[in-house]
Design a protein around this ligand. Structure first.
Ligand code: GAR
Length: 202
């Protein structure tokens, strides 16, 4: 399974996926290309240092449809099977979603459907939740909405602030994303309604 990683910033989720592949925890999975929509994204530099194919397709100032068409063309040129949004801070057009039906994963730093959108960890902390976490889900046309593949939860500690909570959620993200990619790559699943389940499960 050939992954196309889309990112906009730090790239720690991308690096966790790359490390899972290097360590042999994602058999049959490889990274075909890393695409950044931000020229100076740290994740892009990391891709370069790892010797992975990487592309910069700057989105700023461009129409969504035009930019997305370029990203789709790039992913197709690299024969990507599964698109992984890893801190890609941009909404995808309906055309993009249609180009990779149930073939785009996103990671979001909350237990969806709670706290979609930006700064989810801060939203959760300010709301006073006792349990927080992250979600890996398929991308559909709606924001942070598609079928859930993996969630990991943590208890919010009395000693937490928004920063420490975000850090602890990030550690879970790094586990959850590879887990979800492994499940999708295995092909041993079916989607019933909104439920992602092992194939043939009762
Ligand atoms: C991660 O916390 C990810 O869940 C979040 O951006 C961060 C990217 O970090 N994504 C979203 O909020 C998407 N709605 P990274 O660049 O170090 O992987």
């Amino acid at each position: 399974m050939r992954l196309g990683i889309l990112l906009s910033g730090r790239g720690s989720n991308f690096l966790a996926i790359a490390e899972a592949i290097r360590a042999g925890r994602l058999k049959g999975v490889e990274i075909s290309v890393v695409v950044s929509n931000v020229a100076d994204a740290a994740g892009l530099k990391a891709a370069r240092e790892l010797g992975l194919p990487h592309e910069i397709l700057v989105s700023k100032g461009r129409k969504r449809a035009e930019h997305d068409a370029d990203v789709i063309a790039c992913l197709k040129a690299h024969t990507v099977d599964l698109v992984c949004l890893a801190g890609y801070m941009r909404l995808l057009s309906a055309e993009f979603v249609a180009a990779f039906p149930n073939r785009i994963l996103n990671i979001h730093p909350s237990l969806l459907p709670a706290f979609p959108g930006l700064e989810a960890q801060e939203q959760a902390f300010a709301y006073g939740v006792k349990v927080a976490g992250c979600t890996v889900h398929f991308v559909d046309e709606d924001l942070d909405h598609g079928v859930i593949v993996v969630q990991r939860a943590i208890t919010v500690l009395e000693s937490d602030d928004a920063h420490s909570l975000a850090e602890r959620i990030l550690a879970e993200e790094h586990i959850a994303y590879s887990e979800a990619i492994g499940m999708v790559a295995s092909g041993d699943y079916e989607i019933r309604g909104r439920r992602f389940m092992k194939k043939g499960a009762a």
